[in-house]
Design a protein around this ligand. Structure first.
Ligand SMILES: C[S@@+](CC[C@H](N)C(=O)[O-])C[C@H]1O[C@@H](n2cnc3c(N)ncnc32)[C@H](O)[C@@H]1O
Length: 263
């Protein structure tokens, strides 16, 4: 299993293993609509739309939304949330590295946890600029991993790093994506905003089960055998470290937006 296409495998468990709930997504939609001064005609594009967590509230409110995703399984999960595809939604199964849309098609393009997945981020941002209408917004968003879950993940990574195979894979340097520099050079105005903060709570057992189901990219590094060894050691560690698998760990999640606009 290649890490890059693991979304096909995890589509069914994607929503339950993340922490953006529907009520939170509704509040974030309110924030975005205010930010872009939306009118009933405002139209949105989300490349890497996945299961539709971010745009579903916009669709329900009647805004025109286009979603594009490389994973048919993620799109299927999205479709299952809808009672048929509404007339204000277009879903495209394709690689978003080249956006199959005419110039100046959208008022708002948003990406959420997506930029790192395209092979050439500069070409991708060129394409986003191309499909934006004059004065349109590009919203580079992320809902950061809550600190308690990041710490949990860190323990997993430490155990994984003891295994030779994963050390070899970790030599790949992740590409540096300078969105701020890119849009600064184009003369766009930029703004950083926190759309929403909320508390996320899970038992240690729940988090362990998410890892056992390989819900995250880091769980697809290394062979199945290595992963099972790591999980067995990790579970023992969790019992020792947290005292009980029923322990609840809580921390604050945050939905962040870097907004860019050609002014
Ligand atoms: C981390 S998920 C985010 C999904 C959604 N944006 C969210 O916030 O829940 C990344 C999504 O990008 C999709 N993806 C990855 N590379 C892609 C590409 N080159 N073109 C289109 N979609 C892609 C994946 O299939 C997955 O649905």
């Amino acid at each position: 299993m290649n890490k890059s296409n693991y979304y096909d495998k995890i589509a069914q468990i994607y929503d339950q293993t993340r922490w953006l709930t529907e009520p939170v997504a509704e509040e974030i939609a309110d924030f975005i609509l205010r930010l872009v001064c939306a009118t009933p005609e405002t139209c949105f594009l989300e490349p890497g739309v996945g299961t539709g967590l971010n745009v579903l509230p916009l669709i329900k409110r009647g805004y025109s939304v286009t979603g594009i995703d490389i994973s048919e399984q993620m799109l299927d999960q999205f479709r299952q949330k809808l009672n048929g595809i509404p007339s204000n939604l277009i879903l495209v199964h394709a690689d978003a590295s080249q956006l199959p849309f005419p110039d100046k098609s959208f008022d708002v393009v948003l990406t959420v946890h997506m930029l790192h997945t395209v092979s050439d981020w500069r070409a991708f941002l060129d394409d986003i600029s191309r499909v934006l209408k004059p004065g349109g917004f590009y919203l580079n968003c992320q809902w950061i991993t809550p600190p308690a879950r990041r710490e949990f993940e860190g323990y997993f990574r430490t155990i994984f790093s003891k295994y030779k195979e994963s050390q070899q894979e970790s030599k790949q340097t992740p590409q540096e994506i300078d969105v701020e520099g890119y849009f600064h050079n184009k003369g766009y105005a930029s703004n950083y905003l926190i759309a929403k903060q909320w508390t996320v709570s899970n038992t240690v057992k729940e988090l362990l089960d998410f890892f056992k189901s390989r819900a995250y990219g880091l769980c697809w590094q290394g062979s199945d055998e290595t992963f099972h060894q790591v999980m067995s050691e990790f579970e023992e560690f969790c019992v020792q470290h947290y005292g009980s698998l029923d322990k609840i760990i809580s921390s604050e999640a945050q939905f962040e937006i870097w907004a860019y606009r050609d002014v």
